[in-house]
Write a protein that binds this ligand. Structure first.
Ligand SMILES: [Zn+2]
Length: 433
């Protein structure tokens, strides 16, 4: 299938979106970069091709290992309303984790013909527990700035301003080690170029010709408009309600990990352009923020599938997005093994507050007191990822990963057992006899 970024000028693409919000400005950002720096989109393309080849050699049905990606969220605000809550940030991390592990509760909405290709990416996200200086952090920075917004101009210029303190924004943390997400007013007063978010795909795989490398490394990351960040953002109303479940970030992180829009971003004769992946049906255009399950804009062979509006890399509403495909998973995992290899190397410790605190009653620990062996009881709706035993001074005593039941090797005394579920954290006191 044909691959290729469209060479249509930015002016034209902006004009096409003048009547409406656009979900994502990533392709326009790449085109802008390419205009400034010859060879950039070619480098993106080459990285994609090498990742595709890498992925084809792997079995993606059983994603292993689970890649853990540290995240820092930079909240760059002018008004108090833009200074969104920790709870929304935590809900966004939980949304990423559910969708990237295919543990979202709407997998049941995936149409039958797409179930064979819908896949668990085996990628999880956590708020960073240490900053680049090694100091403790909750993985969220908050900076009040004088700029009222970071909306790009009618040519798309200014997209990266929020990432640069010299331009009124906030500088990234080491982008090799952290996934930086900036949350700001990206729409402003409603200029011509209104987007919910954007991200650059990797363009800096090892052993690449230097001249083909990406925008400068400190500009790597994801930018999301503050009203559509988080799962259930109360500000995602009216025209923004199409993006009310936190899937703008799911989509943009997909770009950041190398995925293209499934329709291929063509402006003319859309069926000739594709995302380069065989298990996403070809589509002539995007889903236009509508959940229309009758869409079938291109003929596929040998089987003619409808457009996959369930895919996170389309532009349907959040409420009908629910899957990545196996080939998409292959690309993203390959990027974490090549172009973004330092990201999931485990060098950044978790904040331990990566999710919402769940009700204590949702989990029981028994027996308690215990001689040392502990069992858990909880609903099958919950998904345990990590369990840690701390002493009362907050020192980590023991980490439990695969083993179950837990065999605690600590001396007799009172301890704190922190149970990290994808859905949130539960903290229990445990008495060891
Ligand atoms: Zn996009």
């Amino acid at each position: 299938m044909k691959i290729g970024f469209t060479a249509i000028g930015l002016l034209l693409s902006s004009a096409l979106f003048a009547q409406d919000y656009q979900r994502c400005g990533s392709v326009e950002a790449i085109e802008l970069r390419n205009a400034e720096q010859a060879g950039y989109s070619k480098a993106v393309q080459n990285t994609f091709n090498s990742a595709k080849q890498h992925a084809s050699q792997k079995d993606v049905n059983e994603p292993s290992p689970i890649y853990m990606v540290p995240v820092v969220v930079h909240i760059v605000y002018n008004t108090p309303e833009e200074n969104i809550s920790d709870a929304l940030v935590h809900a966004q991390i939980a949304r990423l984790n559910k969708d990237y592990r295919r543990l979202n509760d709407d997998t049941t909405d995936t149409r039958a013909e797409f179930l064979p290709v819908a896949a668990d990416a085996g990628i999880q996200f956590y708020l960073a527990g240490t900053d680049p200086n090694g100091s403790p952090t909750g993985g969220i920075t908050r900076t009040q700035v004088t700029r009222t917004d970071f909306a790009p101009d009618f040519l798309g210029n200014g997209l990266d301003d929020v990432k640069q303190s010299s331009l009124g924004g906030v500088a990234s943390w080491d982008t090799d080690e952290y996934l930086n997400i900036w949350v700001c007013d990206l729409i402003g007063t409603g200029g011509i170029f209104q987007i919910f978010g954007f991200a650059y795909p990797p363009a800096s795989a090892p052993n690449w010709p230097q001249n083909n490398s990406a925008p400068s490394p400190e500009l790597e990351g994801v930018v999301i408009h503050f009203e559509v960040f988080g799962d259930g953002n109360p500000l995602a109303t009216g025209p923004l309600s199409v993006a009310d479940r936190g899937r703008t970030a799911v989509h943009e992180v997909g770009h950041y990990l190398g995925l293209r829009h499934i329709w291929g971003d063509a402006f003319f004769d859309g069926c000739t352009e594709d995302d380069g992946l065989d298990d996403t049906p070809n589509a002539a255009s995007n889903a236009a923020q509508v959940c229309n399950f009758n869409n079938n804009t291109c003929v596929d062979t040998p089987v003619d599938y409808p457009d996959m509006i369930e895919n996170y890399m389309d532009y349907a509403q959040d409420q009908c997005m629910n899957l990545f495909t196996a080939n998409q998973v292959g690309i993203m995992r390959s990027m974490l093994e090549t172009a973004r290899v330092d990201l999931a190397d485990g060098s950044v410790s978790p904040s331990g507050i990566e999710d919402l605190e769940l009700a204590n009653s949702m989990v029981s620990v028994f027996p308690n007191p215990t001689e040392g062996v502990v069992h858990l009881k909880y609903s099958s709706d919950l998904h345990l990822t990590q369990s840690r035993l701390f002493d009362l001074n907050g020192r980590l005593i023991q980490l439990f990963e695969e083993e179950y039941p837990f065999r605690m090797s600590a001396k007799p005394g009172i301890y704190v057992l922190k149970l990290q579920f994808l859905e949130g954290m539960v903290t229990k006191r445990v008495s060891i006899l």
